[in-house]
Design a protein around this ligand. Structure first.
Ligand code: ATP
Length: 234
């Protein structure tokens, strides 16, 4: 592997006539953890949509492993190792947990064992026959995150995976992120718990009004400045 796992080059994107992302350059080196921070509406979810193939940029390119995947659909990007855990979980509430997990296994994967997810989230073992919609919010998020444990993705994009969860469940979710990072899976994390995100991240991008306004190592980030930025919605 030569270049970074994922690169956005000069990406602009939006909805209809509204431009949300403006000339974004962003790199996720292989096996690294990058946090993407910014206030509400700054464009974080839109950036993950562009990175995962759910949205096409109006300008610019998306590269995975140095290959231009700008025009590839999410399923094709998954083949390139890119796995999105979307905001709001993206699970099927009226299907059982077992059915949800089976659907997360990529079609080319011969091994259809659920063990990779169940070893990470043993609480799901006794819930396999239950409808996903009947699980607690934390267990639903475990089902959603299970996707990252099937098919050995090289990059996982995580959109607010701890949103609305009790602190003890947030611990379990972050443990899973640490496990993925320790395996060498690159992560792009959008997270409201800034200090938790920085604890696992090597590198940070700060986005404001659709543009990157800071990037650097997590250690170099002035957390107080970030908090001021959040509060002022600059
Ligand atoms: P949040 O933390 O609130 O999720 P965010 O940083 O993820 O915010 P986005 O969800 O990317 O921000 O939204 C960026 C801008 O794009 C916002 O102004 C939002 O209103 C707008 N937007 C998001 N989704 C759509 C859509 N489907 N159609 C039109 N505008 C949208």
């Amino acid at each position: 592997m030569t270049g970074p796992q994922l690169r956005l080059e000069g990406v602009s994107a939006g909805y209809g006539r509204t431009t949300v992302l403006r000339d974004i350059d962003l790199e996720i080196p292989a096996a690294s953890v990058v946090a993407l921070l910014g206030s509400n509406g700054a464009g974080k979810t839109t950036l993950l949509r562009v990175a995962s193939g759910l949205m096409r940029p109006s300008v610019g390119h998306v590269l995975v492993d140095d290959q231009d995947v700008t025009h590839e659909a999410p399923s094709e990007r998954r083949r390139h190792g890119v796995c999105l855990i979307p905001e709001g979980r993206g699970i099927f509430r009226s299907l059982t947990v077992r059915e949800n997990l089976l659907l997360q296994i990529p079609p080319w994967e011969k091994d259809t064992s659920l063990d990779p997810a169940l070893e990470m989230f043993p609480a799901l073992r006794t819930r396999l026959g239950d409808l996903a919609g009947r699980l607690s919010g934390g267990q639903q998020q475990m089902v959603a995150l299970s996707r990252a444990f099937f098919g050995s993705p090289s990059l996982v994009l995580l959109d607010e995976v701890s949103m609305g969860l009790a602190p003890i469940v947030v611990d379990t979710i972050f443990e899973a992120l640490h496990v993925l990072a320790a395996r060498g899976t690159a992560l792009l994390i959008v997270e409201q718990y800034v200090s938790r995100a920085l604890a696992v991240a090597d590198h940070v991008y700060l986005i404001g009004h659709g543009s990157i306004i800071f990037q650097g190592s997590s250690a170099s980030l002035d957390q107080a400045a970030v908090m001021r930025h959040y509060l002022s919605h600059d």
